[in-house]
Design a protein around this ligand. Structure first.
Ligand code: SMG
Ligand code: MG
Length: 366
C-alpha cells in the first residue's frame, strides 16, 4: 500500500531552497509473506533539493517501479530490488523507499535488526541538529541555545548569500569555539563567491556542505583548494561511484550520506565501505524523516565509518507526535533499535489520522 501523510512541523524550516511548514510524506507499506515492511520516501513536496518530489515519486512507483518488481516471480529479496529497477533512470528516493520496505519485511521475518544486517558496530549514535535560517540573529542565538541545552553534539547552520558571516560570528561570539559547528548552503553559491567563502575559515567550522551546484564536482575541487574549511558534499553524491570520483578529484574531504539520494540503504552501505577503506569521514544526513525513515538512518549511522554526528535529531525536533515510538535524545545520542527490521513499531492509529491518501496495490506473487 502507498500512503501519503501530512505531518505538521513544530516550526517552519527555512533553507536557501525555501520554507517547509509541513512534511508531505510518502510511505510504502509492503505486505511480505511473513511480515509487513515499511519504507519512507524522502522526496520533498517540491523539486528544489533534488529533481524528485512527492507527487512524482508516487507516480513513478505506481507506474514504473512496482510493475518491475511485480514481474519477478516468487519471494523478492531486498538485494534484487536495485538491479530490477536499474533500467529506470534516477528516481533514487522512490527506489530507496521500495527497497527499504522489502528489506524491513525480510528482516522482520528473519528476526534480524537493520543495524546488524548493515554491519553496525554501535548501540547509540551521535546526534547533531540542523538549524534553519531565522528572521533575526537573536532568534538564531535563542534557537541554537535551546539545542545546545538539549545536548546536541553539533550544530549545523543553514546559510545562503547574505546569511553567513554575520550569523556565524554571532554564534561563535556567544557560544565560543568549543561548539562543533558546520554550515550547509544547499548549492546557493558560485565559484565567484570563493573569496567571500574563504571568510568562513576564521570560524573553524567542521565543514562547509554543498556550497556549489549539484553537478559541479570540478568547481568544488577548485574551491576546496582555496579554503581551509573542509568541503562536504550532499546533493552532488548520487551513488558510491560518484562519491569515489569526487574524493579522487579533491572535490570533498567528507561525505553526507543519505540513502534516499544514492538509491537505497544497500548502495549507502557500499558507499560507506569504500569511504571507510579510504579513511574518508562520513555522517548520516537527514530529510526530516518520520520515525520510520529515522530508524533506518540510525541503523545506517551505527556503521563504523560514520565518525561525525549526523543530522539525526530526536523526533521532537520536527514532530509533536511521531508515527512510531519517538526517538529521544539521551546525552547527545539516539539509541540504535535492536528489534527485527527497523526495530520500531509504526502506530497504525496515528498513521491513519495523518493519512491523506491511500492506494492499495495488489502484490501478485505467483
Ligand atoms: O532531517 O534534520 C533533518 C534535516 C537536515 O538540513 C537537513 N537536510 O541539505 O542536508 C540538507 C537538508 C535537506 C532537507 S531541507 C531542504
Ligand atoms: Mg545538505
Amino acid at each position: 500500500m502507498l500512503r501519503r501523510l501530512a505531518m505538521p512541523l513544530v516550526s517552519p524550516f527555512r533553507t536557501s531552497l525555501g520554507v517547509e511548514a509541513a512534511r508531505d510524506v510518502l510511505l510504502v507499506q509492503m505486505e511480505g509473506p511473513d511480515a509487513v515492511g515499511w519504507g519512507e520516501c524522502v522526496a520533498m513536496s517540491e523539486p528544489l533539493y533534488s529533481p524528485e518530489y512527492v507527487e512524482g515519486a508516487h507516480a513513478v512507483i505506481r507506474s514504473h517501479l512496482l510493475p518491475r518488481l511485480q514481474r519477478r516471480r516468487g519471494q523478492l529479496l531486498a538485494d534484487e530490488v536495485a538491479p530490477l529497477l536499474s533500467a529506470v533512470k534516477g528516481h533514487q528516493m522512490a527506489k530507496t523507499a521500495l527497497e527499504a520496505a522489502v528489506l524491513d519485511a525480510d528482516l522482520r521475518a528473519a528476526g534480524v535488526s537493520m543495524a546488524s544486517h548493515l554491519g553496525g558496530v554501535r548501540d547509540r549514535v551521535g546526534a547533531g541538529v540542523s538549524v534553519g535560517i531565522t528572521a533575526t540573529i537573536d532568534d538564531l542565538l535563542e534557537t541554537v541555545a535551546g539545542h545546545v541545552e538539549a545536548g546536541y553534539l553539533r550544530i549545523k547552520l543553514k546559510v545562503e548569500p547574505g546569511w553567513d558571516v554575520e550569523p556565524l560570528r554571532a554564534v561563535r561570539e556567544h557560544f565560543g569555539y568549543g561548539l562543533a559547528l558546520q554550515v550547509d548552503a544547499n548549492a546557493a553559491y558560485t565559484l565567484g563567491d570563493a573569496g567571500h567563502l574563504s571568510k568562513l575559515d576564521e570560524f573553524e567550522l567542521v565543514l562547509l556542505e554543498q556550497p556549489l551546484r549539484d553537478d559541479d564536482i570540478s568547481g568544488h575541487a577548485v574551491l576546496a583548494r582555496k579554503l581551509r574549511t573542509p568541503i562536504c558534499l550532499d546533493e552532488s553524491i548520487t551513488s558510491a561511484a560518484v562519491a569515489l570520483d569526487a574524493i579522487d578529484r579533491g572535490a570533498c574531504a567528507i561525505i553526507n550520506v543519505k540513502a534516499g539520494r544514492v538509491g537505497g540503504y544497500l548502495e549507502a552501505k557500499k558507499l560507506h565501505d569504500c569511504c571507510f577503506e579510504r579513511g574518508v569521514p562520513l555522517w548520516c544526513g537527514g530529510m526530516l524523516e518520520t520515525g520510520i525513515g529515522r530508524a533506518a538512518n540510525v541503523a545506517l549511522a551505527s556503521l563504523p565509518g560514520f565518525t561525525l554526528p549526523g543530522d539525526i535529531s530526536a523526533s521532537d525536533r520536527y514532530f509533536r507526535r511521531d508515527i512510531t515510538e519517538p526517538f529521544v535524545l539521551r546525552a547527545g545520542h539516539l539509541v540504535v533499535p535492536q528489534g527485527p527490521g527497523l526495530g520500531v513499531t509504526p502506530d497504525l492509529e496515528v498513521i491513519d489520522e495523518v493519512t491523506t491518501f491511500k492506494e492499495e496495490i495488489i502484490w501478485q506473487v505467483t
